[in-house]
Design a protein around this ligand. Structure first.
Ligand SMILES: NC(=O)c1ccc[n+]([C@@H]2O[C@H](COP(=O)([O-])OP(=O)(O)OC[C@H]3O[C@@H](n4cnc5c(N)ncnc54)[C@H](OP(=O)(O)O)[C@@H]3O)[C@@H](O)[C@H]2O)c1
Length: 254
């Protein structure tokens, strides 16, 4: 019996993790802010896959919301075997243009929220001698594209170090680095995607299938698809200026 807790499980990549984990028989604990959508998602997964799905409506950027998810992870009577730190969003503009509060919230959702949830989950998993922790990072972690890239790079370096320390104690820590995936991400960010070539888009089911393969193997970093592994490798050696080519455009309706 495995129970997985997924943050941001009502849309995009998180929703697809929920589907694929439920399809293989995992019970789920799912988290998002929109309580109605979360309840509908839980009911649909329960109905389709016959697994138990617990919903925790929560804004991870509020102390109360984060506390509720943290408390669920700390509950030793109902252990969580797999934590997927997925909830997140992109921030537009450069640091000099944005409010520091918006930037801090953005940093929190990608760094301090997964840090806290991971620490809590890790302690229980280490006691039990088994568990898996996932951070949904991005290929942006390898290219210098503003504070989003910087926040996502934290996840990669954290997973590399934590996997070294904890894997021999039964707990793997994996950063998954997707390229462009068709989800609600870019709409929510209010950026145009017309300039992104078709071959760079991944579908969430493929992405998650490849991600789960690496997670199950206990890899520290998983970059799904060969084309994105090549892009990430090139980004390490090419000049930074090339890595920032093709920035998002502002949308006309914005
Ligand atoms: N799509 C891409 O191209 C892409 C590429 C690389 C990496 N990523 C990363 O993948 C992750 C998932 O992105 P996605 O593309 O699947 O985005 P998405 O389709 O916009 O889904 C985001 C999910 O997170 C939830 N969420 C957002 N803020 C939250 C908060 N404060 N508290 C709790 N839940 C919250 C949303 O539900 P509510 O709004 O109801 O809270 C939703 O379920 C993110 O970390 C993103 O940075 C995405």
């Amino acid at each position: 019996m495995t129970t997985a807790l997924i943050t941001g499980a009502t849309a995009g990549i998180g929703a697809e993790f929920a589907r694929q984990l439920a399809a293989r028989g995992d019970d789920l604990v799912i988290v998002a802010r929109d309580a109605d959508r979360l309840a509908r998602t839980a009911a649909a997964l329960q109905h389709e896959f016959g697994v138990k799905v617990e919903a925790i409506p929560s804004d991870l950027l509020s102390a109360e919301g984060l506390g509720a998810v943290d408390a669920r992870l700390a509950d030793r009577r109902r252990p969580i075997d797999l934590l997927v730190n997925n909830a997140g969003y992109g921030i537009r503009g450069e640091l000099d243009e944005n409010s520091v509060d918006d930037e801090k919230r953005h940093l929190d959702i990608h760094v301090t929220v997964p840090l806290q949830l991971t620490q809590t989950a890790l302690r229980g998993m280490l006691e039990r001698g088994r568990g898996r922790i996932v951070l949904i990072s991005s290929v942006a972690a390898f290219t210098p594209r503003g504070t989003y890239s910087a926040a996502k790079a934290w996840g990669v370096m954290f997973a590399r170090g934590a996997n070294l320390v904890y894997r021999d104690r039964g707990v793997s820590v994996t950063a998954v680095c997707p390229g462009f995936v068709r989800t609600e991400f870019h709409d929510r960010m209010k950026v145009g995607t017309a300039g992104i070539p078709e071959f760079l888009w991944l579908q969430a089911p493929t992405l998650v299938r490849l991600a789960l393969r690496g997670i199950d193997r206990g890899r520290a970093v998983v970059i799904p698809t060969v084309r994105y592994r090549v892009i990430a490798a090139l980004a390490r050696v090419l000049p930074d200026r090339l890595g920032t080519a093709g920035r998002f455009s502002s949308r006309d309706d914005d």
